[in-house]
Design a protein. Structure first.
Ligand SMILES: [Zn+2]
Ligand SMILES: [Zn+2]
Ligand SMILES: [Zn+2]
Ligand SMILES: [Zn+2]
Length: 89
């Protein structure tokens, strides 16, 4: 069976998010996910699926790592914390 992403190399791993069988080059071993899913994962906790991007750092974040700052804008928890510290100082 060949990799479901590139279709060239033999599949050696299985992505824990989408279940695709992928080759070594399309797999991120330390996270257990394929390269396609890696792009959809939260860049803060690396666990949840990203829903929106932080308006400050531009990282993709999941629901747990986002703070809604206006109708359409979100900040990640890290930038939100930093912004609050600046204000309170
Ligand atoms: Zn591949
Ligand atoms: Zn995947
Ligand atoms: Zn997260
Ligand atoms: Zn941020």
């Amino acid at each position: 069976m060949s990799c479901e992403i590139c279709g060239l190399n033999p599949a050696e791993y299985k992505c824990r998010v989408c279940g695709r069988r992928v080759c070594r080059e399309d797999y991120i071993a330390e996270r257990g996910v394929c390269t396609v899913c890696e792009a959809t994962l939260c860049e803060v906790c690396k666990r949840g699926l990203s829903l929106a991007t932080c308006i400050v750092c531009g990282r993709h974040c999941c629901e747990d790592c986002l703070v809604k700052v206006s109708q359409l804008e979100y900040m990640c928890v890290e930038c939100f914390k930093r912004a609050r510290e600046v204000v309170s100082r």
